[in-house]
Design a protein around this ligand. Sequence first.
Ligand code: ADP
Length: 727
Amino acid sequence: ICNAYLLASYTRPLFFSMLKQLQLIISVAVEVPLNLKVPLRGYKSSALYKWYIMWHRSQTSRYFFKELIWSPVVVPKGALVLDWVFADGPPQQAIVYDNNNLQDFHAIVPKSIPAELYWVEEEQKIYRKLKEERHLREETARAKAEKTASMKALTKERTLRTFLLSQKHIVYTDPLDVQAGKTVTVFYNPANTVLNGKPEIWLRCSFNRWTHHMSPLPPQKMFPSENGSHLKANVKVPLDAYMMDFVFSEKEDGGVFDNKNGMDYHVPVFGGIVKEPPMHIVHIAVEMAPIAKVGGLGDVVTSLSRAVQDLNQNVDIILPKYDCWKFNNVKDFQFHKSYSWGGTQIKVWFGKVEGLSVYFLEPQNGFFSVGCIYGRGNDGERFGLFCHAALEFLLQSGFHPDIIHCHDWSSAPVAWLYKEHYRHYGLNKARVVFTIHNLEFGANLIGKAMLNSDKATTVSPTYSQEVSGNPAIAPYLFKFRGILNGIDQDIWDPYNDKFIPLSYTSENVIEGKRAAKEALQQRLGLKKADQPLVGIITRLTHQKGIGLIKHAIWRTLDHNGQVVLLGSAPDPRIQNDFVNLANQLHSSHNDRARLCLTYDEPLSHMIYAGADFILVPSIFEPCGLTQLIAMRYGSIPIVRKTGGLYDTVFDVDHDKERAQVYCLEPNGFNFDGADAAGVDYALNRAISAWYNGREWFNSLCKRVMEQDWSWNRPALDYLELYRAARK
Ligand code: ADP
């Protein structure tokens, strides 16, 4: 361009925007800078200063100067800063601009204002700008928190409705939300119950967990309803009801009852003048996330407690005070009391963890000052003392919990210590609930706790059936059931996840996952390509189906897909085996396969978000969290039909009806056999679906994200269980 135009004006841009001015010397000079006396005090290392010096040098270099174009600018009085850009024509006609990469060029007009004042003003301006930026950030964060809360509330409400509808094939009410003071119709279908084929069905109804002063109401005969399958009866709900309770019988005076296997049927009543009194639930456990966590037990203790507390119940946790705990996560920590038991002094500390009240027991014999949670030769003795001390603490403190909930072999002794001793000493109100998270360890202790607990659970319905033949379990099936674990929806939340590049909900899942996939490919050095990506996040142990994992890696590569595995093996032989596989893949498929043989929580978030599929081919799986987390991030699970995997993943081709029973839509791919053909069956269909029907696949991602795999539903089930235990 021969004829350059200088478009200048006089405003007050920020000092920082001058950083790029060196370019000026090479292209064009203006007259104004000749007179510049830039206030340099304290700014000698700034880019402006360097530019200023160079500019002066350029004046003495004739050769350099010759190259420059001149353009006089008259600086008006009162101007503080000169701003300019260059163009190939006058205003309105120019096409090409040099605007310094959108920042324009700027120079301070000297002597227009005293230097001190100038910098004071600059400072104020920067302060104002930062304040505005902060305000904007806070506003965005507030709006985000509001959206998060409203999404959570909506999901919770939807889940409650699903919960109420989940027994619709047997019982439901019209309206579904029963209102105090109104009449409600109870519908009942005896076809799937013990009352199947009985000529008459009688409804026996009460309120407030059978405690209402007007109840139980006289038995009512039920009549056929319009829908053909159900019988119906009307009930007037009193104003002071908070719960409607009912069972069904074959005769007016009894005979055979359907009482839902001892649980009775319960429907919450809304809008009443009396609220349900909260229960007091005490967990006695040896792990609690995030302060003392080794595995899933720690997660369940914290997130189940939080979910039950959110349902307006009173929850306390008793935990050993380990020297190796993560103290940073304990708030309001204080000494509570001290007592003597088992020949040792026990100090009790109190603190808040994730909003939960926790009592920490510290026996002065040093049992929990050994640098680890498990793994000392005397774990049984240490935890035995803890269980005993915990019950002693409840007794001595005058606590009267409704429920004492203990977990796995480590706090199993609570069940029989309570039944054999403490029940007789004044802690008599409590019922004991025992949960098995892992039947692999301590079967003897687990069996003894099964015998002594009032109710027992494990972490999924299918796993509860799978272990039902075990001698530790078999005699107690009448009080044993499976309740699914949930995931913590605050920790696993693609809308508020600092480890992924773009926050997303089901509304923008496709963009969110695309950004995450690209970031993952970039981070792991994989080819940036639109190929189906299979993620695997796991402990590498026999349980998790090592052979099937390896097979799936090769099969995915055959299909021109990408694979990312994040996993670590406690057994060095297995770890070595995978190191060899990683090396082999490095040479053969470096741009499409990456094995990260370590434990890396942030990377796991990236994989959940960036993968199209998460593969979980476990040989057995009590519940499994990875498939649930996958769905929360809109990734499609491919799983083996075992334990909790079977209960949570419904095959798009085969499980429509099974999903419907839970008011769900199919959400993934599954397979039966623990062999290569099994994996192939699900993996081939999954990858073909990705290649052949992207729109359908995208809608599946959206759908799985909208399913609720949090603690909302399991907490309701636990509450029912606690109530049933108290009956
Ligand atoms: P298990 O408790 O039997 O290992 P689950 O599926 O119940 O299996 O829980 C596994 C949890 O551990 C999930 O939260 C998963 O994301 C996490 N996880 C497993 N392996 C890794 C790893 N190598 N790095 C990060 N997180 C992992």
